[in-house]
Design a binder for this molecule. Sequence first.
Ligand SMILES: NC(=O)C1=CN([C@@H]2O[C@H](COP(=O)(O)OP(=O)(O)OC[C@H]3O[C@@H](n4cnc5c(N)ncnc54)[C@H](O)[C@@H]3O)[C@@H](O)[C@H]2O)C=CC1
Ligand SMILES: O=C([O-])CC(=O)C(=O)O
Length: 328
Amino acid sequence: MSKKPVRVAVTGAAGQIGYALLFRIASGEMLGKDQPVILQLLEIPDEKAQKALKGVMMELEDCAFPLLAGMEAHSDPMGAFKDTDYALLVGARPRGPGMERKDLLAANAQIFTVQGKALNAVASRNVKVLVVGNPANTNAYIAMKSAPDLPAKNFTAMLRLDHNRALSQIAAKTGKPVSSIEKLCVWGNHSPTMYADYRFATIEGQSVKAMINDEDWNRNVFLPTVGKRGAAIIEARGLSSAASAANAAIDHMRDWALGTNGKWVTMGIPSQGWYGIPQDVMFGFPVTCANGEYTVVEGLPIDEFSQQCLNKTLAELEEERQGVAHLI
Ligand SMILES: NC(=O)C1=CN([C@@H]2O[C@H](COP(=O)(O)OP(=O)(O)OC[C@H]3O[C@@H](n4cnc5c(N)ncnc54)[C@H](O)[C@@H]3O)[C@@H](O)[C@H]2O)C=CC1
Ligand SMILES: O=C([O-])CC(=O)C(=O)O
């Protein structure tokens, strides 16, 4: 018997990430090739944006996806989030050259109070929320705090693009396939202060740290390359990452919903005090996923350099959190 359709809300649906994301959700890449979906798409109440959204929906229709059980266009989050099982909050202003992601807080923070409240009011009580719009961690924090009736753990921020970038850098350095790398993680904020950490990583059971054996490369090449990759893409493309961001969103939601079979991935999640990170700070942690739940990988040793990195990214998140305290 075929499965009952689930509702997937996507905001910023006519934007560049939206365009790279929706077709993959509708084809079953996110929730499985046996899971029908109803897309509930949100764009701003602006004639041009709504018209562009209609165009994207016409293209979705033209794909005749067998799993696409329905589609709705919305200009109000209360409609878009009604009974939704999954919410991908992408819609927000992207940065341009010379900006840091936290420069977007003033422009974007308000979006996430409104959307958090709407989720609180009308979404499924088990809704799984992924915030992509930048600055992703603090926007996810705002949405979570604006939705007190939903479980805090159901609000997450996207660190998966950073995780995937780190995987590719390690694969290139070691000459080994991406698929062979296990136990990598990225701690903290989706910003240049993030700490991509391959101390525990293995390839075919061998330590990646020992294989690379180059602390200078770690600190002066790997960390800045991963940390500033978003800016490098903007510099090269004139626009921020879109297809890779959509791909990371698919990876994040798929793994959360369908599980990782014991493999580590990185998710931005509200801390429950793990590794000394204060309660509720939306922080990138290594997790495994099973049965629709994530579990933090606990008990990893944190050496002095790693502790400094964690402190730095935490300090930035705390600063962002103070900057939005008036919205919560
Ligand atoms: N967390 C991450 O790893 C990444 C995050 N991003 C962020 O994702 C966001 C979206 O990026 P793009 O798609 O490239 O931008 P875009 O400008 O192409 O599209 C954003 C869309 O969101 C819509 N929008 C704005 N406010 C909205 C609201 N309140 N409700 C619904 N829709 C709304 C806009 O009308 C626009 O169509 C940006 O903030 C960007 O910085 C981008 C790449 C990676
Ligand atoms: O850098 C940006 O502004 C977009 C983004 O978050 C990324 O590519 O990681």
